[in-house]
Design a protein around this ligand. Structure first.
Ligand code: MG
Length: 125
């Protein structure tokens, strides 16, 4: 079973996404801060990180940067795919995130939770 880590601080967003992700048959863990996300992905192997950009403490940007810096020496980080889920999404932000290693950048307002799950499945292939 594919393992997904959802890093999201909004309880309402967590609730709707986690239900959909579990229904789709993925193994899901949830963290609420950037620090926890970073700790988790270094401790265990996840297939996909669903990363909110505005998080308490370390931001999603800082998490992306840390992954980029550490992936040379960390196999788990090398195989991890990052899918950004954000309310922010100007073209420069999207381009910056992709340059920093994100596979996809989904703007929350443009995707339903079901569509986000479809994107996760697509990454999974
Ligand atoms: Mg947030």
């Amino acid at each position: 079973m594919k393992k997904i880590l959802l890093a999201e601080d909004d309880p309402f967003v967590v609730e709707i996404y986690s239900r959909k992700i579990k229904e789709a048959g993925f193994d899901l863990e949830i963290v609420q801060t950037g620090e926890e996300a970073l700790r988790k992905i270094k401790e265990e192997r996840f297939d996909i990180l669903l990363l909110d950009m505005v998080l308490p403490g370390l931001s999603g940007w800082e998490v992306l940067e840390a992954i980029r810096k550490e992936k040379e020496k960390n196999e788990q980080l090398r195989t991890l795919k990052v899918l950004v889920l954000s309310n922010l999404g100007s073209r420069p932000e999207v381009e910056r995130a992709v340059r920093m290693g994100a596979e996809r950048y989904l703007i929350k307002a443009h995707y339903t939770p079901a569509q986000v799950v479809e994107e996760v499945k697509r990454l999974d292939r």
